[in-house]
Write a new protein. Sequence first.
Length: 384
Amino acid sequence: MSLTFHWFLPTNGDSRHVVGGGHGTPATASGRDRPPTVAYLSQIARAAEEVGFAGALTPTGAWCEDAWLTTAMVSRHTERLKFLVAFRPGLISPTLAAQMASTFQRQTGGRLLLNVVTGGENQEQRAFGDFLDKDSRYRRTGEFLHVVRELWQGRAVDLDGEHLRVQGAKLSRVPDPVPEVYFGGSSPIAGEIAARHADVYLTWGEPPAQVAEKLDRIRSLAAAEGRTLRFGIRLHVITRDTAEQAWAEANRLLDGFDPETVASVQAGLARSESEGQRRMLALHGGGSRERLEIHPNLWAGIGLVRGGAGTALVGSHDEVAERIKEYQALGIDEFILSGYPHLEEAYWFGEGVLPRLAAQGLWRHPADKDAAPTEPAVLAPFAS
């Protein structure tokens, strides 16, 4: 199977510095360097499409622009790129969400993917009028996805659930194709919901041993449900012609972290109820600038000022390709990547790493529809 790569649309702003924030913390001032206009985001989307990314993740939350509206507008400036739209089930009716997804598919030629975000921060959820606790939010997500998937199959739905109630729900037109559902979460209940309803389980960029443990757990849960999932990973990336150039760029970003900003962001993230966020914080010791390379070419520096995904692959194009192969060996076949600034970094990765993976039969450009399928590559030994 060819690896799939997605890029990221920074709807909270972009910069040559790290744009921090998220998970209950406000975006840092650098987010104003390149405002998230439709024109600029379309530049990024077109660059990602050109170099070979299959799709682009768009985040959700009070700290960024709305994902549904933004991607609908950006889609008019692209031809093939899919949009992995993040949304929160508790803030929208399942019937309306199913209808919106169906409309999006028809109007874009089937370019919608859905990233279901249950919501890890009580404070932010309450600002949107959602007062359920975390476990209840996950149970509601399960009910939500049950309704949505039934509607997408053209069935009428009646549900009197613990958190959701619909009567006589039915779509006049079902989506074609049905959007794939991407889902992440590190807590036990998140795993249960993913096993029942997700197509692709997502993890943040932890060291391979931790990722392997998590994937084994999700596989077992899915098997118990009679299902098989695909797996994806969310990472930042800094790739250059040489390792020295890549690490120089990582250090430049690190030098731009104001100590007061780091302390403020870390204090906010420490209050997070997200198990995934707790695991991210543990990678850099809650704000330490020491020993940030936590695995060869895996750097935890981004997480000093940014909530959510806080690690980056850093190295030469060959080294980054080797790390991707290491995650592939665990069962990861989709990679959601980003870098600062997102326009330039899309080209660094697309022109530096993707050709190396293509040469090994591990990837081909999504636009190359007529190319013959490649034989599965035998993985080379991992670089030390």
